[in-house]
Design a protein around this ligand. Structure first.
Ligand SMILES: *[C@@H]1O[C@H](CO)[C@@H](O)[C@H](O)[C@H]1NC(C)=O
Ligand SMILES: *[C@@H]1O[C@H](CO)[C@@H](O)[C@H](O)[C@H]1NC(C)=O
Ligand SMILES: *[C@@H]1O[C@H](CO)[C@@H](O)[C@H](O)[C@H]1NC(C)=O
Ligand SMILES: *[C@@H]1O[C@H](CO)[C@@H](O)[C@H](O)[C@H]1NC(C)=O
Ligand SMILES: *[C@@H]1O[C@H](CO)[C@@H](O)[C@H](O)[C@H]1NC(C)=O
Ligand SMILES: [Zn+2]
Length: 753
C-alpha cells in the first residue's frame, strides 16, 4: 500500500481533576506574580494561557471575593485552538494579546486551583536558546509522519504522486505541482521531488498548493550521484558563503581529513582563540552531507547560524565579501583544530646576515610552535619580505607565514565611456556613443574621441553631467575624466556650426525646460507660479549680438522644432514670441483667460493688426526666465556663475498641446554601442608579478631602520619563499579611487595545471 500521510501531534497528558482548595485571593496573586517574574532558561517549560481568562482571573483576585461574579471559572484555552478535534494551535497568535506565558510552577498552581475545561490539553512549550535570544518556542516544528508498509522496494515519487492524485480525484489530464511557501509573499516551486524534508528545509505551514493542486511527497533520499558534486541552497544572499564552502569542499586534503573523522581527535573545545569546536563541527557536517552522494544539494543553515554566532557581521541575510568569510572560516577551523596546547612566547631573531634558508626554516619552526593544524598543513606558506633603507641601504629580510595571497589586478589604462551627443541639427535625435578614452585623461580627450566619431571639432563641444533634467555640472575641457562616474549621464553638445559673426563673441547658455503648475504662491513674493523641470536640458551658443529675448525665442523655437508640433509657429509672424520688454512673464491674469488659439498656425493667419498685442501674448508657446543652475529663480547668495541659465516655461495646457514628450525623450544608438564591450583579460601571472614588484612604503606606514635609528620610507619587495600544498589566491577586484569603489570585472585567466 502506498502510505497516506498522517499528522501526529504530541500532547502532554492533561492533569485535570485534582483540584485543591485555592488560597486567599491576595496570596494567589502574589504567588503567581512572583513566579511570572522568572527568567527564561533553555529547556524549561512554559504554558500558554488564554489572555482573556488570565485577565478575568487578575480582575477577580484584585477586586473580587470568593463569591464574586468576576470568578473566572475553569481555565479555558478554547480560543487558542484551531479546532477542538485536533487541539491544534491557531496560527499567528500574539503574546500578551491572545495569550500570556506562565512558567510551569505557576501553571500547575493555577491548574490545581481552577482545573481546566473539557479535557483540553495544556499548551506546554519549551524555552529554546537561539543565537541571539532565549525564547519560548510557541510554534514548534511539526513533523508529518508517513507509514509505509512497503519499505523493501523503493517507493517512487511517481507512485506517490499518482496515489495522491487518486485521493484527490485529480483528472488524468490535470497537472499537479508542489510549492513551498517561504514567507507570506514568496513561494518556491519544489521541482526536485527526490529531495528529503531536511534537504528542502520544510517546516510547518510551508506547503502550499497551487490552484490546480497539490502534492507533498516525502520519501527516503536515494540519489546516488558523484560524491561532492552537490549544490548548496542559497538561504538568501548567502552566495558569498556558498562559494567559499564550495572552494574548500573541493580541496582534497581538507575534505579527506573531515571525511576520515581525523578532526574528532584534534577538536579543541576550550581554546580561547577558537570557537568551542563548533565551527569545525558545523563545517564537518556540511562536508559530510555534500560528500555522501545522497544529496543533490545541501542546506547549510546550521553552518550559517554558527558563523553568525561567532562573527556577528555575517548575521542576517545581506551580501558579504566571500573572501572575508573564507578568511574567518580558515582562522576558525585553524584554532578549533590547533594541535598546539601551550603557546609559548617566541623571541624573534634578526637574520643578521645568516643564509635565507636558515632564517626561513627558523621562522617556519617558530610558526609551527604556535600554529599547527590541518589548515597550516594544507594552506600555509612563507613569504620572504625584503626591506631596503633608502638612506643607508640597510637590507632587512624576514620570513612571514601566509594563509592566502591577496593579489591586485593590473588596472587597465583605458576606459570605456558612454555619452549622448546632441547635434545642432534640430531634426537629429541625441545619439549615444561608446568611446574609449585614457583613464587618466581629461575632458578634452573625451571630446577628441567623440570628434573622431562625429567629425565635429572638439572645440565645438561642451560636456555636461545631466541629472534630473538639469545640469549637475558643466565641465571645463581641462578637468580630469576621473571625476565622471560610469553611472553619470554625460551629454556632449555641439555648440555652433563654426560660422560665427565677424566679431565672433559667443555666449554659451544653459537652457532648461520647466512646466508651470497652476499653483500660485503669493506668499513668496518672487514667484507667482510653481515650476518643475522636465525633458533634457540644452547647451547652446549664441552670438552676443543676438542675445535679445526676441532672438532667443526664435532660436529656441527652431531648436525645439521636432520636439514640438508647432513648426508653423516659426513661420509667419516673426515677432510671435516677443514679450513686452522689461515686464516679467508672470502676469496674474494669464491663467484666467481661458480663451485659447485653436492652433498657433491658425492664430497666426487670423491676426488683425489691431488685436495683435493680446493675441501675440497668447501665441507664445513658452516664456523665458533667467534662473540659477538648479533651474529655480531663487538666486543663490553670491552666485557668480558666469554661465547664464535660462528656463523655458510652459503652461501645462500649452505643453500638453505642443510639446511631444515621446519625441523629445527619444535617442538613437550609434553603431559603436553594438560592438560588444571588449573584455580585457589578464593572466594570473601578471597579478602575481604585480604582487611581487618592489614598492615604496607609504608615509603612513614607514619602516624603522635600525641603522639610521629612524623611520624611513623603505622599498619593500615580497617574494613567495615556500608554497603550501594548496595555494589560495584572492583577486582584489575592488579598486578604490577618491570618488568611488570600483569593481574590476577584468577576466583573469589562470592555468589549470
Ligand atoms: C459566599 O457564599 C457562601 C455560600 O453561597 C456563603 O456561605 C458565604 O457567606 C459567602 N461569602 C461572602 C464573602 O459573601
Ligand atoms: C473523490 O471521489 C470519490 C468517489 O467519486 C468521492 O467519494 C470522494 O469524496 C472524492 N474525493 C474528493 C477529495 O473530492
Ligand atoms: C529521482 O531519483 C530517481 C531514482 O534515483 C531517478 O531515476 C530520477 O531521475 C530522479 N529524479 C530527478 C528529478 O532527479
Ligand atoms: C585546547 O587549547 C587550549 C589552549 O591552547 C589548551 O590549553 C588545551 O589543553 C587544549 N585542549 C585540548 C583538549 O587539546
Ligand atoms: C599563529 O598563532 C598566533 C598566536 O596563537 C596568532 O596570533 C597568529 O595569528 C597565528 N598565525 C596564523 C597564520 O594563524
Ligand atoms: Zn637606514
Amino acid at each position: 500500500n502506498i502510505p497516506v500521510c498522517l499528522c501526529v501531534i504530541m500532547a502532554a497528558n492533561s492533569s485535570t481533576g485534582s483540584a485543591t482548595e485555592p488560597p486567599g485571593l491576595e496570596t494567589q496573586w502574589r504567588e503567581i506574580d512572583n513566579l511570572n517574574q522568572q527568567q527564561l532558561r533553555a529547556g524549561d517549560s512554559w504554558y500558554l494561557l488564554d489572555k482573556r481568562w488570565y485577565d478575568q482571573w487578575k480582575e477577580y483576585v484584585h477586586t473580587g471575593d470568593q463569591n464574586s461574579s468576576s470568578y473566572p471559572g475553569k481555565i479555558d484555552n478554547t480560543e487558542l485552538y484551531e479546532d477542538l478535534d485536533s487541539y491544534h494551535l491557531k496560527e499567528r497568535l500574539t503574546e500578551n494579546e491572545d495569550f500570556v506565558l506562565v512558567p510551569a510552577e505557576a501553571w500547575h498552581k493555577l491548574l490545581s486551583w481552577y482545573d481546566m475545561m473539557d479535557d483540553q490539553p495544556p499548551l506546554e512549550r519549551k524555552v529554546v536558546d537561539l543565537p541571539s535570544t532565549v525564547k519560548v518556542e510557541v510554534y514548534p516544528v511539526e513533523i508529518y509522519l508517513c507509514l509505509s508498509s512497503n519499505l523493501e522496494s523503493t517507493v517512487s515519487a511517481h507512485a506517490i504522486h499518482q496515489k495522491i492524485r487518486q485521493h484527490f480525484n485529480v483528472s488524468e489530464t490535470a497537472e499537479s505541482r508542489l510549492w513551498m511557501r517561504n514567507t507570506d509573499t514568496s513561494s518556491e516551486r519544489l521541482r526536485n521531488l527526490n529531495m528529503t524534508v531536511l534537504d528542502t528545509c520544510l517546516s510547518s505551514g510551508m506547503v502550499k498548493y497551487t490552484p490546480t493542486i497539490y502534492t507533498l511527497v516525502i520519501y527516503s533520499d536515494s540519489y546516488q550521484g558523484p560524491p561532492g558534486v552537490c549544490g548548496l541552497t542559497n538561504l538568501g544572499n548567502t552566495c558569498f558563503m556558498n562559494s567559499a564552502l564550495q572552494c574548500l569542499s573541493n580541496t582534497p586534503p581538507l575534505t579527506e581529513y573531515f571525511l576520515k573523522n581525523s578532526y574528532l581527535e584534534e577538536l579543541n573545545f576550550t581554546n580561547p582563540l577558537g570557537m568551542k569546536g563548533e565551527i569545525a563541527e558545523a563545517y564537518a557536517d556540511v562536508i559530510k552531507q555534500m560528500w555522501s552522494g545522497r544529496h543533490y544539494s545541501v542546506v547549510p543553515r546550521v553552518f550559517k547560524t554558527k558563523v553568525g554566532h561567532f562573527a556577528s557581521q555575517f548575521l542576517g541575510y545581506q551580501q558579504h565579501d566571500s573572501q572575508e568569510l573564507l578568511s574567518f572560516l580558515l582562522d576558525g577551523l585553524h584554532e578549533d583544530l590547533n594541535r598546539v596546547k601551550k603557546k609559548e612566547y617566541i623571541e624573534l631573531r634578526d637574520a643578521d646576515g645568516r643564509p635565507d634558508q636558515e632564517v626561513a626554516e627558523e621562522a617556519w619552526r617558530n610558526h609551527l610552535r604556535r600554529n599547527d593544524s590541518v589548515i597550516v598543513d594544507t594552506f600555509h606558506g612563507l613569504f620572504k619580505s625584503t626591506l631596503v633603507c633608502p638612506q643607508c641601504n640597510k637590507v632587512s629580510v624576514t620570513f612571514d607565514p601566509f594563509c592566502y595571497l591577496s593579489v591586485p589586478l593590473p588596472v587597465s589604462k583605458e576606459r570605456v565611456m558612454e555619452v549622448f551627443y546632441v547635434s545642432l541639427d534640430p531634426t537629429a535625435k541625441p545619439t549615444q556613443y561608446r568611446l574609449i578614452v585614457p583613464k587618466a585623461g581629461r575632458v578634452i580627450d573625451l571630446c577628441t574621441a567623440l570628434s573622431q566619431a562625429t567629425g565635429i571639432h572638439p572645440s565645438q563641444m561642451a560636456v555636461a553631467d545631466v541629472f534630473n533634467h538639469h545640469f549637475y555640472r558643466i565641465y571645463q575641457t581641462d578637468e580630469f575624466l576621473s571625476c565622471i562616474l560610469d553611472r553619470d549621464d554625460i551629454f556632449v553638445y555641439q555648440l555652433s556650426s563654426g560660422c560665427v559673426d565677424q566679431d565672433g563673441e559667443e555666449v554659451v547658455m544653459a537652457i532648461y525646460m520647466r512646466e508651470r503648475s497652476h499653483y500660485r504662491d503669493y506668499g513668496s513674493g518672487g514667484n507667482s507660479y510653481g515650476t518643475s523641470l522636465f525633458g533634457h536640458p540644452l547647451l547652446i551658443s549664441v552670438p552676443r549680438a543676438q542675445c535679445t529675448r526676441e532672438d532667443l525665442y526664435q532660436l529656441l523655437l527652431k531648436r525645439l522644432a521636432t520636439d514640438t508640433n508647432s513648426q508653423d509657429a516659426t513661420d509667419g509672424d516673426q515677432s510671435a514670441g516677443a514679450e513686452p520688454s522689461g515686464k516679467e512673464e508672470e502676469d496674474e491674469d494669464e491663467d484666467e483667460e481661458e480663451e485659447e488659439p485653436a492652433s498657433c498656425a491658425q492664430a497666426n493667419k487670423r491676426l488683425p493688426g489691431r488685436r495683435r498685442y493680446t493675441e501675440r501674448r497668447k501665441k507664445a508657446l513658452f516664456t523665458m526666465q533667467a534662473v540659477n543652475s538648479n533651474g529655480t529663480t531663487e538666486r543663490g547668495m553670491g552666485e557668480t556663475d558666469a554661465q547664464p541659465y535660462i528656463a523655458i516655461d510652459w503652461d501645462p495646457d500649452m505643453k500638453k498641446k505642443y510639446y511631444i514628450e515621446n519625441e523629445a525623450e527619444k535617442y538613437i544608438k550609434d553603431q559603436s554601442m553594438d560592438v560588444p564591450h571588449q573584455q580585457t583579460t589578464v593572466q594570473l601571472q601578471e597579478c602575481l608579478e604585480l604582487f611581487t614588484t618592489v614598492e615604496t612604503l607609504e608615509e603612513e606606514n614607514p619602516w624603522y631602520c635600525p641603522t639610521c635609528k629612524k623611520h624611513q620610507l623603505a622599498t619593500k619587495k615580497l617574494d613567495l619563499w615556500s608554497l603550501p600544498e594548496v595555494l589560495i589566491i584572492h583577486l582584489k577586484r575592488f579598486s578604490y579611487t577618491k570618488y568611488s569603489r570600483e569593481k574590476l570585472d577584468t577576466i583573469v585567466e589562470f592555468p589549470l595545471r
